[in-house]
Design a protein around this ligand. Sequence first.
Ligand code: APR
Length: 257
Amino acid sequence: MNDREPDIKWPIVERLRAANHVVVLSGAGTSAESGIPTFRDAMTGLWAKFDPMQLATPEAFAADPELVTRWYDWRREKCWSCQPNAGHVALVEMEKHVLARGGKFTLVTQNVDRLHQRAGSQRVLELHGTLFEWRCVSCSKSQDVGGEPFASYPPLCDCGGARRPGVVWFGESLPMVQLSQGRNEAGSCDLFFTVGTSAVVYPAAGLIDAAIAGKPMTVEVNPDATPASSRVDHALRASASVLQRLVDAAFGEPSDA
Ligand code: APR
């Protein structure tokens, strides 16, 4: 185990070439180079005086649906105006190469920004939902809202009910299917990456525990140390874009494979 490995490591490259099943857990740091502020970053402008922890709850929505939906709409707009970065693109390339070899690739994300899908990732399990699907609290119908502006706050469903963002709020359960699938696959794959996550928010961070218990090769990509750093096989102290170097080293230059 290594606490600090600033460069890519050949054992990772070799495993990536040969792996039958690769699982990636991504977090907010994966989108940092796209300019998306994390929850923990200070909010700006009108929102500077609000605490995100006080807005991201079912209670806050019940108490003030206009305030909460305006805040989520602000975040949706910010994400919509950002573009996928080199880390997102590298994961698309990785998936293509693994699939082309007949392998399996699973990207499990805590991000609600949809940048993995916009970059072109095919198989993405969203553990914390998304800012781009809003669900009616009366009839439960979900709608993909893309970057369309809303006509009212909260936005309304055809049935007249209020719509809420399709994200998992504090105090709510994660989607069971995605969570158990993510855990099972983390535990049974042969190469596991944890990228851009602080590894402290459970149950998502439990995928790292499942991977370590399942004994695939485990790799962390993060410029800072986390509680996972000393437990994984390789801790790459780097930003998510280092993945492009790994992919290039394993499979050659970027291709349309
Ligand atoms: N590349 C890779 N990692 C980065 C980069 C980068 N360019 N920049 C920052 N990081 C790392 C930070 O060092 C930190 O460890 O990304 C991590 C981001 O941590 P968090 O903000 O805690 O994000 P995440 O782990 O996804 O949080 C989990 O908590 O905020 C809630 O529900 C929200 O899904 C989120 C969950």
